[in-house]
Design a protein around this ligand. Sequence first.
Ligand SMILES: NC(=O)c1ccc[n+]([C@@H]2O[C@H](COP(=O)([O-])OP(=O)(O)OC[C@H]3O[C@@H](n4cnc5c(N)ncnc54)[C@H](OP(=O)(O)O)[C@@H]3O)[C@@H](O)[C@H]2O)c1
Length: 331
Amino acid sequence: MVSFTEIKASNALINGATAPRVAVFVGGTSGIGKLTIRALVETGTSTRIYLIGRKSSEENAQTFIQELSAINPKAEIVWIEGEVSLLAETKRVCQVIKSKESRVDLLFLTTGYAPFGPRVETTEGIEIVQSLEYYTRILFVYHLLSLLNKVEAPRVVSVLGGGLEKTAIDLDDLDLKKPGNFGGIKAQMQYMAMNTTTLEKLASENPDITFIHSWPGWVSTGNVRRGRDPNSWMAWIVRVFLEPIITLFSFNDEESAQRHLFQSTSAAFGGRGVPWKGTPGVNSLQQQANGLFLVNYKCGCTPNAKAMAILREKAQEKIWDHTQEVLRPYL
Ligand SMILES: NC(=O)c1ccc[n+]([C@@H]2O[C@H](COP(=O)([O-])OP(=O)(O)OC[C@H]3O[C@@H](n4cnc5c(N)ncnc54)[C@H](OP(=O)(O)O)[C@@H]3O)[C@@H](O)[C@H]2O)c1
C-alpha cells in the first residue's frame, strides 16, 4: 500500500526528465483516463498527449483540451477521432500516431464498462466490452510496441481489474459466443484474466517496457450506467441503489487521478521513472524486477500468485494463440 501523502510527494517530483514526453490515452474522454490526463497536465511539464475517442465525444473533448491548454500551455493535446471499439479503427489510429511520432513513453488504456447488459457485438463480431477492455487495448499495445521500445522508461497502463483474476475462465469459448454462455460476472472475470495473461506474455517479450494492470477500486465516473437501456429496471436499480453506494465508498476524483499518475510515472514499478525510496513493487512473477505489475487501488502490488500459477499453466498459451488469431488481420 502506498499512502496518498507518498503519492503526492512522488508526483511533485515529476519534471521534464521524468514526465512522459509523448503519451497516448485511449479512454481519456471520460473517467479515470480524463482525470489522469488533467493530473499529468497540472504537473506543468511539457508533454504531448494523444487523446483518442469516438466522434460523439469530440465536442466535449475539445472543451477539455481548451481547459488543459489554459492550465499548462506547455502541454500539447492532439485529438484523434476513432471508433476504438473496432480493431480496424484501432489499426488506423495507430498508423496516424506512427506517422507523427518516433516515440511513445506512456500508453494509458481505460475503455470499457461492466458488461452487465445483454450481449451486443461490434460490426466485427466481437462482444463490445470484450473489444473495448481487451482486444483493442492489446492491439494498441502491439502497434505501439516499436515506439514504446524507443524510450528509456516506457510504460503501458491498462485499467481494469489487476489482481482480481480468477481461475474459472471458459477456455473452450474465450469469446463467450456459445448460446447462453454470456453473463456479466463471467465476462468480467474472463476479460480481466485475458488482460493479465496476455500483458504478462507481452512483458516477457518486451523486458524494457513496464506493464501495469491496474484495479482502480471504486471511482464514481458513471461507468456503471453504461451499456444498458436507461429506461430498463436494471438501469433504475443502478441509479437508485448502486450509484449512491459507489459514490459513498469511492475514491474522490483527485486521489484516483494522482494514484494513476503515480502508476504512470513512478520507479516503484520496475525501477525506472520518478525515483522511489519506498519498498519496490513486485511484478506478477513475484520478483523485484521489471515486468507486469498487478496494482490495486492503494497502489500495492498484488501478484495473485495462486490463481496466476494456474492461469499460467492452463490458460495463458490458449488465450495467447486465440488472441493472435483474432488480431492477425489487423496487425
Ligand atoms: N470506475 C470504477 O469504479 C471502475 C472500477 C473497476 C474497474 N473499472 C474499469 O476501469 C476502466 C475505466 O473506468 P472509468 O470509470 O474511467 O470508465 P468511464 O469513465 O466510463 O470511461 C470509459 C471510456 O470508455 C469509452 N467507451 C465506453 N463505451 C464505449 C463505446 N461503446 N465505444 C467507444 N468507447 C467507449 C468512453 O468513451 P466516451 O467518453 O466516448 O463515452 C470512455 O472514454 C473501465 O474498463 C471500467 O470498467 C472502473
